[in-house]
Write a new protein. Structure first.
Length: 195
């Protein structure tokens, strides 16, 4: 029986489609991201092209991180978008983040598509936000117009939420294309939560 080559391992079902860089093989430009341990599969994959890490991570941190929009709303956007785009990695990861951000188990299940959103979100503004996520993620103009009309928020908030949906779609495509693995801690938490 011969040993599998790295290329064969990367093409094997269930594994990432690129080698995830570890601390021992991290290029000089990205070693600081590995100083605290495993930085996660997004950074570990981006480290293949160290020049991309510098501009990419601050952008992602700004869009996905804390802002004047409450984390609860941000997690509604990120989890819903990830679920409708079919991104296993982002849906799994943000299921845990959403629970930790104060969303209920029922709300999380609805955002993941396991329950009707209307039943889990009685608030009309939450349902409008979910409709906006769906419309922007799918990019159908006929859906975007009524979804925008239902949002009762100012333009600055619409811009930030739209950039959040668009950035999440980008990460969904990235994580899905590269088959990034869900961390063992997240998998354990999902089992504990029966999700």
């Amino acid at each position: 029986m011969s040993e599998m080559t790295e290329r064969e391992i990367l093409r094997a079902p269930g594994g990432p489609r690129v080698r995830l860089i570890d601390a021992d093989s991290a290029p000089l430009l990205v070693r600081d991201h590995f100083a605290g341990g495993d930085p996660g599969p997004i950074v570990a994959s981006l480290a293949q092209v160290p020049e991309l890490v510098g501009p990419t991570l601050p952008f992602l941190g700004t869009v996905l991180g804390p802002s004047w929009i409450p984390m609860r709303e941000k997690e509604i956007v990120i989890l819903r978008t990830s679920a409708v785009m079919g991104c296993r990695y982002c849906t799994d990861t943000h299921t845990v983040v959403a629970l930790d951000s104060g969303l209920s188990h029922t709300e999380v299940r609805a955002l993941r598509g396991d329950l009707p959103a209307a039943a889990a979100f009685p608030d009309v503004d939450d349902r409008a936000l979910i409709a906006w996520c769906d419309a922007v993620a799918f990019g159908v103009e006929a859906d975007i117009r009524p979804a925008r009309a239902a949002l009762t928020i100012d333009d600055a908030r619409v811009v930030e939420l739209t950039l959040l949906v668009a950035t999440t779609v980008m990460l969904n495509r990235y994580a899905t294309a590269l088959a990034l693995p869900t961390s063992p801690d997240v998998r354990d938490r999902l089992l504990q939560e029966a999700l």
